[in-house]
Every structure is written in C-alpha cells, then in structure tokens.
Design a protein around this ligand. Structure first.
Ligand SMILES: C[S@@+](CC[C@H](N)C(=O)[O-])C[C@H]1O[C@@H](n2cnc3c(N)ncnc32)[C@H](O)[C@@H]1O
Length: 207
C-alpha cells in the first residue's frame, strides 16, 4: 500500500519534515511532539542515549540538547548522512535495529520516534530483545508511535495518513499489543499515554 507520497517523503527531507510539522499540530506542534516520549525522564549531559531509527536526526537534535552522549542508529546511509549534517554533535552507526552492532548494557535511554510501525510483529519482538540487551539495568526504552484510535472520530484522519504514507506494517502495529510484547521481553511499563483520540501512543518501559 502507500502512495508515491511515501517515496517522495523519504527522498526529500523538506517534504518529510513538512508533513511531520503538519501532523505534529495535532499535539501542539513539532517541538512538543519531539519531546512527548521524553517527558519526566531524567536526562543530563552524561546520559548515554541511543536514538533508534534516528532518520535525519529529527529527535536526535532534541536529545543532543539534553545530553553530550547521543548515538543515532539507522539502517539507511542516506538518512545517516542527513543526520550527521543536521546534528553533528551526535555519533552515528549504520545498522539494523533487530541486530544492533552495539555492546550490551551501554545505554541509559533508548528512544525511538515514529519508527516501530515500519517493522512487522516478528521484527518488533527481535528489536525489543535488542533494546533490552543494549540497555543498562534500570535503563529506559521510550518511544512514540501510532496506536489504534480509542475515539472513532480519529479513524478517518489516521486512515488517510496511513493510506498516503504507510505500508502494511503500520496497519499491523495498530493490532499489536506493544505493552504485552515489552513485558514478555522483561520490561516493566513505567508510563503509557495516548494522544490525538488514542491514535498516538507514548510508552516508557524500564529494564
Ligand atoms: C519514519 S522514519 C522516522 C525517523 C525519525 N526517527 C523521526 O522521528 O522522524 C523511520 C526510520 O527508520 C529507519 N528504519 C526502518 N527500518 C529499520 C530497521 N530495521 N533498522 C534500523 N532502521 C530502520 C528508516 O531508515 C527511517 O530512517
């Protein structure tokens, strides 16, 4: 599924960022959107942070304002080149989220914004295991992504967005109980909040 707009959004960063800015108005704007998953987390200059599936560094930029120890990981060399240019004060690693080329128990915080919906349920399970592995004991996994709306009025705008920009895995994510998967992996859910009629979720899970 998806349309040519998905291809264009990955090809042109200005287009991706424009769509992201527009969608973020639903929660009060891009800056609030990029901070939602980080709310109430104690991040300081020494916090070891991994921005998982960092893309062009859209949230890496925010993370790098809080910490001097931010690493971005993405499978796409094009995205990493952009991230390096946009946020030069973070380090970057090319790799798959389901098999990260990173040592165990390295990070205090693993963050991921609007990327889990790109994975199928089996990949998600592998990714959660990998996130658990690279987190220090007591470390936190925080993410923001789509969720099945709890208010029916929000189905049409979400469905339109998904039809224009997303693939089958995003629809699968709506049917997936991410909290149960996290708990199966060994995480304790510390926070789970829904926004925009339930169509957006933020979770923070502790190792
Ligand atoms: C929708 S973008 C999100 C980018 C950014 N985090 C943001 O908030 O805008 C999804 C990103 O996930 C990356 N990605 C998709 N599958 C991946 C995987 N299996 N491992 C690592 N990165 C992946 C893509 O290359 C892309 O940069």
């Amino acid at each position: 599924m998806a349309t040519i707009l998905r291809t264009l959004s990955y090809k042109y960063q200005w287009f991706y960022d424009g769509i992201s800015n527009l969608a973020a108005l639903a929660v009060g704007g891009e800056n609030r959107f990029r901070n939602l998953a980080l709310e109430q987390l104690p991040i300081d200059k020494n916090t070891e942070v991994l921005d998982l599936c960092c893309g062009a560094g859209q949230t890496t930029k925010i993370l790098a304002q809080y910490s001097d120890r931010v690493t971005g990981l993405d499978a796409s060399p094009v995205a990493l080149t952009r991230a390096q240019r946009n946020v030069p004060n973070a380090r970057y690693i090319e790799g798959l989220a389901q098999n990260m080329p990173l040592e165990s128990e390295r990070f205090d915080l693993v963050h991921s914004s609007v990327a889990l919906h790109e994975m199928n349920p089996d990949e998600l399970q592998q990714i959660f295991q990998e996130v658990y592995r690279v987190l220090k004991p007591g470390g936190v996994f925080a993410f923001i992504d789509f969720h099945k709306p709890t208010n029916g009025l929000f189905w049409p705008p979400l469905a339109l967005f998904m039809w224009l920009f997303e693939t089958q895995t995003a629809w699968q994510l709506l049917q997936t109980d991410l909290l149960a998967k996290l708990e199966e992996t060994g995480f304790k859910i510390a926070r789970h909040k829904l926004y925009v009629g339930g169509s957006l979720q933020v979770a923070q899970a502790k190792k």
